[in-house]
Write a protein that binds this ligand. Structure first.
Ligand SMILES: CC(C)(COP(=O)(O)OP(=O)(O)OC[C@H]1O[C@@H](n2cnc3c(N)ncnc32)[C@H](O)[C@@H]1OP(=O)(O)O)[C@@H](O)C(=O)NCCC(=O)NCCS
Length: 181
């Protein structure tokens, strides 16, 4: 299967390579980037993540792309698709997600890359719907969902089943976007 690469005005969303490990490990170890997750990730967890994502891309399955600013080939993070492994009212589903280096925030890169990923999901992978979810307090991520015109019904807010009851990160919002005809 030919490897998929997405190009936007400023970004290239590409396959992973072994040299990305140090940048990915730095990203996943940054406490500010990981503030809405239970914990930053270890270098071993990042290495495992990189291998899994590249295998999924190789198989043409939903996965996260490595993201570079194409004019400088600077790695800024990842944007892509994921199949959640927990059970909830809205699963099975495919979610869109993003995680960028702190110094890349505030430039519109997440929304620009995610817009390309949504087109890939609907046209390339022929998915009928893509969801996005995040901890209620993750206002930056919620703003990306809104800029992508993903709909939000407060009745679908949920407690993340992988987190303990009462954990401040457990309350989540769910956004949806359906393929247009
Ligand atoms: C979530 C995350 C990707 C959002 O990044 P972001 O930079 O806020 O979002 P965007 O890339 O859409 O950029 C929008 C901002 O860029 C600004 N911007 C600057 N130049 C721009 C341009 N040319 N085009 C569009 N927006 C531009 C916008 O005004 C907006 O600014 P503000 O919200 O700071 O006022 C980022 O905060 C992140 O990686 N967080 C940690 C990981 C995480 O929580 N992921 C989500 C888990 S569900």
């Amino acid at each position: 299967m030919p490897s998929t690469q997405l190009q936007t005005e400023r970004l290239v969303l590409r396959q992973w390579n072994d040299d990305d490990l140090w940048d990915l490990a730095d990203l996943n170890a940054d406490p500010e980037v990981m503030a809405h997750f239970p914990a930053p990730m270890t270098a071993e967890q990042s290495a495992e993540m990189l291998g899994i994502q590249q295998s999924l891309l190789d198989a043409g399955r939903p996965a996260y792309f490595a993201v570079d600013i194409w004019s400088t080939s600077t790695f800024i993070g990842f944007i892509g698709l994921n199949v959640p492994r927990f059970d909830a009212a809205f699963t099975p589903c495919v979610e869109i997600g993003w995680r960028l280096k702190r110094d890349a925030w505030g430039n519109g890169y997440a929304t620009e890359g995610a817009d390309a990923v949504l087109k890939y999901a609907f046209i390339g992978l022929d998915l009928p719907e893509v969801v996005a979810f995040t901890a209620t307090g993750n206002t930056r991520s919620r703003a990306v969902m809104e800029r992508l015109s993903m709909s939000h019904d407060p009745a679908e807010n949920f407690e993340h089943p992988a987190l303990p009851v009462g954990d401040p990160l457990a309350p989540h919002v769910l956004h949806r976007k359906a393929r247009s005809r």
